[in-house]
Ligand binder design. Structure first.
Ligand code: ASP
Length: 587
């Protein structure tokens, strides 16, 4: 017996008259008494099966009527031209008149409909992920993901990269996010950690002389789950030796453009570049969405010391010009004020200036600023009649973050963030260090192996926060797709970096001794990058969320509800590991 001569997505008008065998799932059954239609589905599509009284035998009509949703069946029959064709369906010109229908397996009634738009809620769809995965949108997502992985391998191979696997059971280090740990039975009381990234291994591969490495690799971070974070996720991880930052950027721009060409059918062209300082000054973000303009305009020189206390006390007065929004109603302006005052954003208020079509100016601070003054603001903004200027004030870092949110909100409201448009950007020259108020110490902004810019090394002692790094991010449509850096390959500079990060020499040695030792044996200059593969897949499909680009994702509590993990383990397993569970409160 053979199960199929064709898939359910394959038959066309030219196949009319052929005897075929199809196997698949019953998506839908419509019974009009004298006519029965079955939509038969597999991974490739849907084919309509038709039975008709007087043509199909009563036994066959009976067999068809006994089918239920998601039954697995095998159908033999003849391809007919449909009288009423369905142009929505690739197989919509034909239907199959069966000579036999065989049930290969029955199905209980699925808990939600397996249609493009399902009626299942998130939790239900996660628990029955195998049913959810039967739906077209998920199948298309996984197909896209496969294509991206395949094309990544093809491109990297063509550039001389080797895919080398690095271990999943490694050593825990306190830097970075929290590690997932795995107890070692053979070494009681000791633990492996699952890698947050293959960072140290890929650098050691450079010392070993494998000067072009990549890997499509799972990484693990035990973070409290923020929206759309997964505890395990996939990176396209790369490292290169004997390269400058320019070489790394060009190689991965090449990869990204290749992926766009292969998967989206167009080349986004050369990527824009912007340094971190400019990105934060003009957009209040290290990942600006450049699908639209609306850059920040600073107004300190015009707005401060004119008697308006809010501005006078602010470190920075800064705004954006929303083109064509002068006619915003009271209600719309109130909505924007409410938006910036949300606790997640935290602004105290919003100042607006309307540049009316008749050339007059009207602001929410008319008491403090006359029309002449507002005119000079409008000039600074480059505003025209019909525009609306929106202004925030406060501490520089905070107000920039707030205005970034407002700018993105305006982008949404004005329909300037079309998911089918792609704007690619390298953000470069990130600060090397970040000061943490709570712990009173510096943290590496990227990671402790990132090299300072040579011209800034002299600032390491006197003014560490001013030191820029040879670190870069790829940003597409305001989403951080990847990041990397040129590494420190000199032991004394690496030691200095550890000292700045508050490691004693002993701590540095106990945690990263293997890397420091390796660096004693001729470490070449090297650098690399990692792309978030789940996020890249979602972005290429125009989605915000990564969850439906992972076949078996975790929910917001980090659980896999399908297999019910995590779960307790048996006492004998604990005993074998010399582990004891302390009493705890489940809530
Ligand atoms: N390991 C870094 C990360 O996971 C990327 C890199 O520096 O190559 O973000």
């Amino acid at each position: 017996m053979h199960f199929r001569s064709h898939t359910c997505g394959e038959l066309r008008i030219a196949d009319t008259g052929k005897k075929v065998t199809l196997s698949g799932w019953v998506q839908r059954l419509r019974d009009k008494g004298s006519l029965i239609w079955i939509d038969l589905r597999d991974r490739y599509g849907i084919t309509q099966i038709i039975l008709e009284e007087g043509i199909s035998s009563p036994e066959l009509m009976q067999a068809a009527r006994s089918l239920g949703r998601e039954y697995v069946i095998r159908v033999e029959g003849t391809v007919l031209e449909r009288s009423s064709k369905n142009p929505q369906l690739p197989t919509g010109d034909i239907e199959v008149l069966p000579t036999s229908i065989e049930v290969l397996n029955a199905s209980i009634t699925p808990p939600f409909t397996i249609e493009d738009k399902s009626d299942g809620g998130d939790e239900l769809r996660m628990k029955y992920r195998y049913l959810d995965l039967r739906r077209n949108p998920l199948r298309q997502n996984l197909e896209l993901r496969h294509r991206l992985a395949f094309e990544t391998r093809r491109y990297m191979d063509s550039q001389g990269f080797l895919e080398i696997e690095t271990p999943y059971l490694i050593k825990s280090t306190p830097e970075g996010a929290r590690d997932f740990v795995v107890p070692s039975r053979m070494n009681p009381g000791e633990f492996y950690a699952l890698p947050q990234s293959p960072q140290t291994f890929k650098q050691i591969l450079m010392v070993a002389g494998y000067d072009r490495y990549f890997q499509i690799v799972r990484c693990f971070r035990d973070e409290d789950l923020r929206a759309d974070r997964q505890p395990e996720f996939t990176q396209i991880d790369c490292e290169m030796a004997f390269v400058t930052q320019e070489d790394v950027l060009n190689t991965f721009e090449g990869l990204t453009r290749h992926l766009f060409r292969q998967v989206k059918g167009f080349d986004p062209g050369p990527f824009e570049r912007m340094d971190y300082a400019t990105a934060t000054k003009l957009y209040g973000s290290d990942k600006p969405d450049l699908r639209f303009g609306m850059p920040f305009v600073e107004l300190n020189h015009l707005a401060k010391n004119k008697g308006f206390a809010v501005f006078d006390q602010a470190e920075l007065v800064v705004g954006i010009n929303a083109e064509g929004c002068a006619e915003y109603s009271r209600k719309q302006l109130d909505e924007l004020t409410e938006f910036v005052k949300k606790p997640q954003i935290g602004a105290k208020g919003l100042v607006y200036v309307k540049y009316n079509h008749d050339g007059s100016l009207k602001s929410s601070v008319d008491k403090f600023f006359n029309e002449e003054q507002l005119k000079s603001w409008a000039e600074t903004f480059g505003a025209k009649p019909g525009d609306l200027m929106l202004i925030l004030s406060g501490d520089t870092n905070k107000v920039r973050k707030q205005l970034n949110e407002l700018r993105l909100e305006m982008g949404n409201r004005l329909g300037l963030r079309n998911p089918d448009h792609y704007k690619t950007l390298w953000v470069t020259d990130f600060p090397l260090l970040e000061w943490d108020e709570t712990s009173g110490r510096y943290f590496a902004m990227h990671h402790p192996f990132t090299s300072p810019k040579p011209e800034d090394i002299h600032l390491l002692d006197s003014n560490p926060s001013q030191v820029r790094a040879n670190a870069y991010d790829l940003v597409i449509n305001g989403v951080e797709i990847g990041g990397g850096s040129i590494r420190i390959h000199d032991r004394s500079l690496q030691n200095k970096m550890f000292a700045l990060l508050g490691f004693t020499p002993e701590e540095a040695l106990s945690q990263f001794g293997f890397l420091l030792n390796a660096f004693e044996y001729g470490a070449p200059p090297h650098g690399g990058i990692a792309f978030g593969f789940d996020r890249l897949s979602a972005l290429m499909a125009g989605y915000d969320s990564i969850r439906d680009f992972i076949a078996f994702p975790k929910n917001n509590a980090g659980r896999d509800t399908m297999i019910d993990a995590p779960s307790p383990i048996a006492q004998h397993q604990l005993d074998e590991l010399f582990l004891e569970i302390k009493p705890f409160n489940k809530d």
